[in-house]
Design a protein around this ligand. Structure first.
Ligand SMILES: [Fe+2]
Length: 434
């Protein structure tokens, strides 16, 4: 059942054969279809089982704990169970509680690190699962390569999103990071249910999902639906930014979208989020148990796209965040908001530098939302830019992050390698001197 309204969006001028067509004339010739979300196409998506509104998905996995979230019909009596098969085949009953804004939650504790866990949730007599997931390696432990799914600007509900979802579910992921705009057009409860949770059922059941909040995700209700949908390690009550460790990786999710003083502060160089971010990066940079720092946020600091109001690079964020990233050795900076894909060379102080001498910026905004018609300005900083629907698979190893960018047909459209960047606080190695 599709109950979506047809609404305008922040789309830009339509494009034909890669050529930018501007203004009213272009829109009239090509029609405005590209500017409006297509209705969700349920073909190929299994129906949601009775009693569930959203089937269970795994959240906030650490080296010793995890949670499952789901949404069931009002009045449903729900239970949850979990086990670690390699330790004990007996199922343990989890405590079920309300999370926020209609979502329910079960917490799984005393889990061994780097182990497979299975869980089952029953709502009103309908069972979902068992679903497996892997716990994180112990903090600071060097284990196997970590497989990270990176995508953004996905929740459009059209064929491109569904095709990408099918590609994603063919793979096994340790975790997923999303650079925002998870549920168009307004981030309502229904937008999240139909355009996110229903689309990625097998992937979300077994892959911990960590979001960065996008501007579309909090339009409908000030972010209540967003806050209710996910679980993250809040550094402060109500904060939508957070940090977590996975083995030897420090992940940092930055909120560039909420209408709060915390977010304004990122752009004017003050405030709690900026202070918190500086502290997280400083600590990670000084910690010998951290090999990699990966950040994710919605608005990009490097985007070579031009032509749409409110898009392209965010100069205020660049002014306040980039010095921190470059000082404290962020290796990979990821963002979305612009509906295409691009990757820079390593950059420091606004210049291209050698591998391992500055952060690499990846813009992964091709997750399914209508691609903007725009010019992509080629510069010496840009390794590649492509107007494709895509996601990125990151394989984080001891010495390199290997990246592969996959399009809706499953083809690899970019491959890259990121070498560790240690920042400038301890003095750069000689190879990075200019
Ligand atoms: Fe956006």
């Amino acid at each position: 059942m599709n109950r979506f309204r047809q609404r305008g969006s922040e789309c830009g001028p339509a494009v034909s054969s890669g050529r930018l067509v501007r203004g009213v004339v272009g829109a009239a010739v090509l029609g405005l279809a590209a500017c409006y979300p297509a209705p969700v196409d349920p073909v190929g998506l299994p129906p949601t089982p009775p009693s569930f509104v959203r089937v269970p998905y795994v959240q906030q996995v650490t080296d010793s704990s995890a949670s499952a979230l789901w949404m069931s019909q009002p009045g449903s009596v729900d239970t949850a169970w979990y086990r670690v098969p390699e330790v004990d085949s007996t199922w343990t009953r989890a405590v079920v509680a309300d999370h926020r804004y209609g979502t329910r939650r079960a917490d799984f504790g005393s889990l061994p690190a780097a182990s497979t866990v299975e869980y089952v949730v029953s709502a009103g007599g309908t069972r979902a699962g068992p679903h497996p997931f892997r716990t994180a390696p112990s903090e600071g432990t060097a284990g196997e390569d970590v497989r990270v799914l990176l995508f953004g600007d996905s929740g459009w509900g059209g064929p491109a999103q569904l095709e990408l979802a099918r590609q994603m579910q063919r793979d096994d992921w340790d975790l997923s990071i999303h650079v925002g705009d998870i549920a168009y057009n307004d981030g309502s409860e229904e937008d999240f249910t139909e355009r996110h949770f229903r689309v990625y059922v097998p992937t979300l059941a077994s892959t911990p999902f960590y979001p960065a909040v996008g501007n579309h995700d909090i339009r409908a209700d000030g972010g209540q639906s967003y806050d209710g949908a996910f679980l993250w390690p809040e550094p402060f009550p109500g904060a939508r930014y957070f940090a977590f460790r996975w083995g030897r990786i420090q992940f940092v999710s930055i909120d560039t979208s909420s209408m709060t003083d915390d977010v304004d502060g990122l752009r004017n160089g003050t405030g709690r989020q900026l202070d918190w971010l500086r502290g997280v990066l400083r600590e990670a940079s000084a910690d010998s148990a951290v090999d990699w720092i990966i950040t994710f946020q919605h608005h990009p600091m490097y985007s070579h796209a031009v032509g749409i109001s409110g898009h392209g690079l965010d100069r205020s964020l660049r002014a306040n965040l980039l010095p921190l990233f470059e000082r404290y050795g962020v290796d990979l900076v990821t963002a979305g908001h612009d509906h295409h894909y691009e990757r820079t060379w390593p950059i420091r102080d606004g210049r291209r530098v050698d591998d391992g001498c500055g952060p690499v910026h990846v813009l992964s905004g091709g997750g399914g939302a209508s691609r903007y018609a725009r010019d992509i300005t080629n510069t010496t900083l840009l390794a590649t830019a492509q107007r494709v629907y895509q996601y990125v698979e990151l394989t984080v190893g001891a010495d390199r992050i290997q990246g592969r960018t996959i399009d809706r047909g499953g083809q690899v459209v970019d491959e890259f390698s990121v070498r560790r960047y240690d920042g400038t606080t301890e003095g750069l190695p000689g190879r990075c001197s200019r």
